[in-house]
Design a protein around this ligand. Structure first.
Ligand SMILES: Cc1cc2nc3c(=O)[nH]c(=O)nc-3n(C[C@H](O)[C@H](O)[C@H](O)COP(=O)(O)OP(=O)(O)OC[C@H]3O[C@@H](n4cnc5c(N)ncnc54)[C@H](O)[C@@H]3O)c2cc1C
Length: 484
């Protein structure tokens, strides 16, 4: 049963999972094979970035494909910065995780899609462009029915509990909860930017909490801007449309870019023109029923005229530094999904690799966290699951961000740390009192080059000296690290 905040759960978890997107739900199911799991989510399970995912999940399951080809494409998109061991794990375990989803009840469509940056058709999808929603629904159904999992929606993580250098649970707006291990699956931070494809709750709460508690965070300068969001809207017009032949046109109706080039290249090409037109007239639009009806609801007829699009902040590459089993640098704390920095994406994420990352590393983190025998249940006394409030609360996502996210802050990120950055804007942003925004600016200042999704007008070329990750630890100077 899912419980809205207000009921006191009589439940002693082995593992707390914060986040109810695909990473959190899949991790919870994997962990529940052996232990009791409490899932907390500030927004309803139906309102996550995961439910919005359109394109699909990449996996080398086609006859002409192999994990090493998938790995090579991932590394190419990551511009020399991917962590090879993490990419090997991601691509080798991908087919097995797709089978897991099928066994859980996800019905994928026939055939594989081609997306930008992929050299093979390797993207599985469900319901046309409704993949994330279909997958998340199946996982949520399984999680809610599982006898060893409890779900609390409308509960907001504020801080991590640390005792003698170990994470021993969470502090939420409803009280404190202890467990042997805590797994953050709180998603990314792209909603900090003014134009975004993400729901308002993607504000990087888990990343900031982990940093405050003593975990390392990295790669914050890499935010992927999706090239084709509907203008004046957060509606994403998926890469799969371009994979099926949709064209990008300028105002005079001329093509100006390779539609399947990496996202950062296409996004900057469009941004340089302000907006562009996405021509869907010649493609098989019936393959994308949800998208077409979303466009119609907004007054656009894709069969009649090209659709105006512009870039929007879409995916937060950086996050909490983890090893290949989701372990952060803070004992007892694990992370998976968009809030983690495993190194699989390098300087830019390959399309459809992020739901895959949620599955592969969500499972690994869950299994490692449950086996975390060093864990003490310190603090397992009266405050365990204590003090849950009684009032029903507003479940509007974004209402309980750890730090307030104002319109001014979001405009500042868009202006000073958008598709094209420079030192003057980043210095300005670094002075913001918002912790994560200032850390993003700090990371972008350190990277005095342009690579992948990070483009500095004052350092427009790639510099081999920066084939390293910018890692931040509380109280320390940023370090540049190589991850193998
Ligand atoms: C429009 C769109 C289309 C996309 N399409 C694709 C695609 O086709 N393929 C692909 O691979 N990727 C795609 N992505 C990216 C992908 O959807 C995400 O990277 C992925 O779903 C992230 O999953 P997650 O579980 O890590 O986080 P999320 O799904 O964002 O879930 C985060 C969870 O954490 C909770 N949370 C956050 N902060 C707190 C807090 N303080 N306290 C308690 N709970 C908290 C949230 O309520 C939520 O339940 C797309 C993204 C967007 C926006």
């Amino acid at each position: 049963m899912s419980e809205r905040a207000g009921r006191a759960p009589d439940f002693r978890p082995d593992l707390i999972v914060v986040g109810g997107g695909v990473a959190g739900l899949f991790a919870a199911l994997c962990a529940a094979q052996e232990g009791r799991v409490l899932v907390l989510s500030k927004a309803p399970l139906s309102v996550t970035t995961s439910t919005l995912a359109q394109g699909g999940i990449a996996a080398a399951i086609g006859e002409d494909d192999t994990p090493s080809l998938h790995a090579a494409d991932t590394a190419r998109a990551g511009r020399g910065l991917v962590r090879p061991s993490a990419v090997a794990v991601l691509t080798e375990e991908a087919p097995a995780r797709i089978r897991d989803l099928e066994e859980l009840g996800v019905e994928f469509d026939e055939g594989l899609s081609l997306e930008g940056g992929h050299s093979r058709r390797r993207v599985v999808h469900a319901g046309g462009a409704a993949t994330g929603d279909r997958v998340a629904r199946v996982l949520a159904g399984r999680v809610l029915a599982h006898p060893r999992i409890r779900v609390l929606e409308g509960v907001c993580l504020r801080e991590l509990r640390v005792d003698r250098g170990r994470c021993v649970g969470v502090v939420t707006d409803r009280g404190t909860i202890s467990a042997r291990a805590t797994l953050l699956a709180t998603g990314g931070a792209a909603a900090l930017w003014w134009r975004t494809t993400n729901p308002p709750g993607s504000t990087g709460d888990g990343i900031a909490a982990a940093y405050r508690a003593g975990a390392a965070i990295a790669d914050l300068e890499f935010t992927q801007f999706h090239p084709t969001a509907l203008v004046d809207s957060s509606l994403l017009l998926s890469e799969a449309l371009r994979g099926e032949g949709a064209l990008l046109l300028d105002e005079s109706g001329r093509r100006f870019t390779d539609e399947l080039a990496p996202r950062d290249v296409v996004a900057r090409e469009i941004a340089a023109r302000g907006t562009a037109l996405l021509d869907l007239r010649e493609i098989d639009r019936e393959r994308f029923p949800e998208l077409m009806s979303s466009l119609r609801e907004r007054g656009y007829d894709a069969s009649a005229a090209p659709i105006p699009v512009a870039p929007a902040a879409h995916y937060f590459v950086g996050g909490i530094v983890t090893d290949l089993d989701g372990r952060s640098e803070l004992p007892g704390l694990y992370a998976a999904g968009e809030c983690a920095a495993t190194g699989v994406h390098g300087a830019n994420r390959l399309a459809s690799n992020s739901l895959l990352e949620c599955l592969v590393f969500g499972r690994r983190a869950a299994l490692a966290a449950l086996g975390d025998s060093a864990g003490s249940t310190a603090g397992s006394g009266p405050d365990r699951c204590a003090r849950w409030g009684r009032n029903d609360r507003d479940l509007t996502p974004g209402r309980c961000a750890v730090e307030r996210v104002t319109a001014e802050l979001r405009q500042a990120l868009w202006r000073d740390c958008g598709l094209v950055r420079d030192a003057a804007g980043l210095e300005r942003l670094r002075r913001t009192p918002h912790l994560l925004a200032s850390l993003i600016a700090q990371s972008a200042l350190v990277r005095e080059e342009s690579r992948g999704s990070h483009f500095r007008a004052d350092f427009p070329a790639e510099d081999p000296a920066f084939e390293r990750h910018v890692v931040l630890r509380r109280g320390c100077e940023p370090t540049l690290e190589r991850w193998l």
